[in-house]
Design a protein around this ligand. Sequence first.
Ligand code: GLN
Ligand code: ZN
Length: 768
Amino acid sequence: MSVPTSVVGFPRIGSDRELKKSIEGYWRGKHGIDDVKATAKGLRERHWNIQRKAGIGLIPSNDFSYYDQLLDTSILLGAIPQRYKRLALSPEDTLFAMGRGYQGEKGDVTALPMKKWFTTNYHYLVPEIDDSVSITLAGDKPFREFEEAKALGIVTKPVLIGPYTFLKLARRPEGAPLAIDRGLIDQVASAYASVLQRFASLGADWVQFDEPYLVLDKERGDIELFKSLYAKILPSRRAQEGSVRLLLQTYFGHVGDSYETLALLGFDGIGLDFVEGKDENLAALAKFGVPEQTTIFAGVVNGRNIWRNDYAVSLGILDAVRKVTSRVAVSTASSLLHVPFSVANEDGLDEQVRRHFAFAVEKLDELKEIADLADAGDEERRASESLKRNQSLFDGRRVTADESVVSRIAALTEDELNRQPARSERQRLQREELHLPVLPTTTIGSFPQTKEVRAERAKLRHGEISQEEYDAFIRSQIDAVLAKQEAIGLDVLVHGEFERNDMVEYFGQNLNGFLFTKNAWVQSYGTRCVKPPIVWSDVSRAKPITVAWSAYAQSRTERVVKGMLTGPVTILNWSWPREDITHEQQTTQLALAIRDEVLDLEAAGIKVIQIDEAALREKLPLRKSDWHAQYLDWAIPAFRLVHSGVKPGTQIHTHMCYSEFNDIIRDIDAMDADVISFEASRSDLTVLDAIQDAHFETEAGPGVYDIHSPRIPSQQEIEERIGNILDKMDASSVWINPDCGLKTRGNAETWPSLEHMVAAAKAVRARL
Ligand code: GLN
Ligand code: ZN
């Protein structure tokens, strides 16, 4: 019998981002929802067929989504808060209202809060269970999509986010914690039980429930919760008309602390991540064994990176698993949602380079080849062409080290990791130097990247305009955005980042060591996609990157202009990192490159420099016990290395795209920035309590309005927000700013929103 193959999930946005384009076209009124539905159906069909042709055994369905799979789950379970139901919109528009807010003739509501999906750069919408909600199986999306595939002759493996993960991520309104009581557990368990029964009667063979929350540290009662849910759910695999097998899928880490429970419960399949949780998962298998009826789905193909799989490593893992059980399937380690579509279109990369990469489509072939090799005897493996081809990628060194980078790192001293003098002393000096009012207003850096800006960049790329013409255009954009910021009365201005397509790609393009793709897009949230660069070899700065733009902007105004950089941890986290040297090594290289830029900005007269670490939290290990040793202990010093060389009067800002740092608040202070801005308007404000309790020293600007939505906040609303902030923080350390950069917004909503923000700040200031 050959080894079965299973894909945890496949990207849905389309090889050419068709889904994004179609949905955004609908939002702009370009076409109706039927167009979107047709595009979606076409994509599902194409993606199933690609997997079928690649010989994949268990092809996922219901991994498709218009916006987010957790939002789909909420809707499936009837968890639609009153305020969205009251709008009385169509099902699709209700979904979009929950995802991105709604402001129109039917009402005015903000979107659900959005959070990062575990350690990825994907964002999910937080399920909200208010008092009006009782959980039942309220929708039919998974069944419709199963039948749709079946009509094409493909019996898929439907995929749902499991009940445990759903409940652990769900909140009450306003982000309040959810009390998971008996009644709720029963409701959720019976909804999922009905799902299994429906699939049994529809003729599904396997159903996959994703329970990534299992890879987190357990709190009291977690294991009990898991058991009570599944004790109810598992028996409904057998319905009157047939039966299904249930695959319990975990990913992004190991389940060493719960594997014994999983084994006892008697799942038909257990999916384990052997990329991110290899040692602990193997140890758990060896210790507790595998029940007779259970198949282990060995996740050996990385769903989180784009490098070719090392077959020898994967076969080693499979052989180890097979020492414990003969029932093994080969699987992706997580959903392929987090990698781009296909390498095939990357004709800009040299074949010698390109052969090192596998995106989603290529990973399907890897799965199949690994499964075939797993089946083969030693003799056959030795003779295998696919194995030889694969091994040639890993023989010897892929790239040679850059000696100047290596020696610079070797010569680093402890002093270079620490800025002098202490922050309180700096804050005093900076106040004198910058002449800012209390509650200073600023923005996070970017202003709307209009069609016009993108068109000019495209013209430059296609050689239709000269570099001089392009630069003149950017300067005119800077002039205009400075004038507008002055007009509405912002205190610390920005140049607008018009020269950047993306805060990471732009720096990558100007550093040695990076590679770029044409079309390697990955979904970030809703219809937003990102195209991370690839770290290919050692990183260093070839020449100044942003200095000319910032210096130009500062020369055009009397007010302070903030310079704008991306920090080393974020550049790495939003790139495809190398697998042949550590993340720490790569981050240190990046820190030195950005440090050069910081010092050049200062020398050019820039007094405030923001170093964005939007993604600092993203790669925080999922288990607390690993936080410091495996990450913070080198990531935080790397940030300090970037700015430790500036003068005391130069103000260093940082920015983060989230506010969940209650638990790492001391580490945030240890970054030793002078000011931090962070996203806050869509999150609960418990971070303010933490700031208060911890006597946080860094001045802080919790975002006062949401920029992920086109909605315009009123002045009053922002004043109230500032009031909430001042309840918890001393006015002398508060900054007023939006949640994040304004690049994805239009000018139509940006300027009124900022006007309201500045007016709100002034009104509150007057009352102090
Ligand atoms: N400075 C960047 C901007 O304003 C920050 C973006 C981000 O945090 N994602 O766009
Ligand atoms: Zn941000």
